[in-house]
Design a binder for this molecule. Structure first.
Ligand code: AMP
Length: 399
């Protein structure tokens, strides 16, 4: 059985066609700059174990036009991997904000209505999601079923004490202001991968999704998320590529009183802060370069970044009543030995001890690698996240 995964944005989308019998990727690609003058679609496919890549620059009037190009690539005689789009029986869409939904959903008019109702909660993501689902429904046959798997769903098991804000109750009951949490598909995937690796379904895990956006989650012995660092939106918690993370609301009022509009303040906190605000670049590779040059701004940024992560590790060890493993994932978590080391440094008293050589080793042979020292009480692992496969598994569980 083949499942097509769509991870859609407002002017682009990524796709992956997965053969579920072997959980292998047949083809994947990216359509970008949709609606702009010059768009591009890049298509990668595997044949006899070899990977190939083709791309084409063209104008896409809208998502539907780009979806048709994707379908043409998938079914092409040369670069295609299926004979007809009828072979795609199921499509799984990544949904960023699922509002009240705790589980993946088959797309129905009610689900579309809920996504529309959720636009004020996720003004950037939900419209893109809706556009992607509608384009898929127009491109693929009526029999093809669409599903949406939400990034917020994994966090819906949090207890009320963790997801409520201490503001007047009616903002929760009427405006649905609460902690939702994000990156849930990734947190769920890496947590499950780690349990399988240790053959232990009853672990207490702390997952660290450290990418351009970054969040952490505390996952209890039952595999349920009990707390997470992002909140009502993706702005809370850790220091990120361009987001500030935790900040006192007084700063926002102060900037407002200085005459900045809400849009300007939002731009500062979401697009100009985090690593970018501290070192001028949102990229951890640039941070590493600066630290290697002993640059004071770089050193401070690394120190602040790691300190913030450590505070959440401490909080989640308390919330979970201990921890069995720390799980690093996403662009930084999977690639930056410097940041993993800085995060674990000083936590030896709490049984967290990294092996410096294993941490530095490149080109890990497996999608999960243990990097704790032999006398570390807590396991420390790097897991290559695979959100597309998690979406596909969630879809499979429904059909
Ligand atoms: P993601 O959002 O998960 O795609 O992560 C993207 C981020 O990962 C980039 O902005 C970099 O900060 C970081 N990153 C990617 N590759 C590396 C690398 N080789 N070393 C250090 N950081 C990396």
């Amino acid at each position: 059985m083949k499942i097509l995964i769509i991870n859609g944005g407002s002017s682009s989308f990524k796709y992956q066609l997965i053969e579920m019998d072997t959980e292998s990727v047949l083809a994947k690609g990216l359509a970008e700059r949709i609606g702009l003058e010059q768009g591009k679609i890049t298509h990668e496919y595997w044949k006899n174990g070899e990977k190939y890549k083709v791309s084409k620059e063209m104008h896409f009037d809208n998502h539907e036009v780009a979806f048709k190009e994707m379908a043409a690539y998938l079914t092409d005689n040369e670069v295609g991997v299926i004979k007809s789009i009828n072979e795609v029986k199921y499509i799984g869409h990544r949904g960023v904000h699922g509002g009240k939904y705790t589980t993946p959903k088959r797309v129905t008019p009610e689900v579309m209505e809920e996504l529309r109702k959720g636009i004020p909660l996720a003004p950037l993501h939900n419209p893109a999601n809706i556009i992607g689902i509608e384009a898929a429904m127009k491109t693929f046959p009526k029999e093809t079923e669409n599903f949406v798997v939400f990034d917020t769903a994994f966090h819906q098991t949090m207890p009320e004490r963790a997801y409520r804000y201490a503001i007047p109750n009616h903002y929760y009951t009427e405006d649905r202001i609460r902690v939702y949490g994000f990156h849930g598909i990734s947190h769920k995937y890496v947590d499950a991968r780690t349990r399988r690796h240790f053959n232990n379904p009853h672990m207490k895990n702390i997952t660290l999704h450290l990418g351009n956006g970054a969040s952490m989650a505390a996952v209890n012995e039952e595999g349920h998320c009990i707390d997470t660092s992002m909140g009502f939106g993706p702005g809370d918690g850790l220091i990120m590529g361009t987001r500030a993370g935790n900040i006192d609301s007084t700063v926002i009022f102060f900037l407002g009183e200085k005459g900045l509009s809400t849009q300007e303040i939002s731009k500062i906190l979401n697009s100009e802060s985090g690593m970018k605000g501290l070192i001028g670049s949102p990229d951890a590779r640039d941070l590493e370069t600066l630290v290697n040059q002993n640059d004071p701004k770089g050193n401070l940024c690394l120190d602040m970044y790691a300190y913030r992560v450590k505070k959440f590790i401490g909080a989640y060890m308390i919330a979970l009543g201990g921890v069995d493993s720390l799980i690093f994932t996403a662009g930084i978590g999977e690639n930056s030995a410097m940041i993993r080391k800085a995060v674990c440094e000083g936590l030896e008293t709490f049984g967290i001890k990294i092996d410096p050589d294993k941490n530095k080793q490149l080109n890990h042979p497996s999608d999960i690698v243990e990097i704790q020292a032999s006398d570390s009480k807590v396991k420390i692992v790097i897991v290559a996240t695979n959100e597309e496969l998690q979406i596909a598994r969630d879809v499979l569980s429904l059909v």
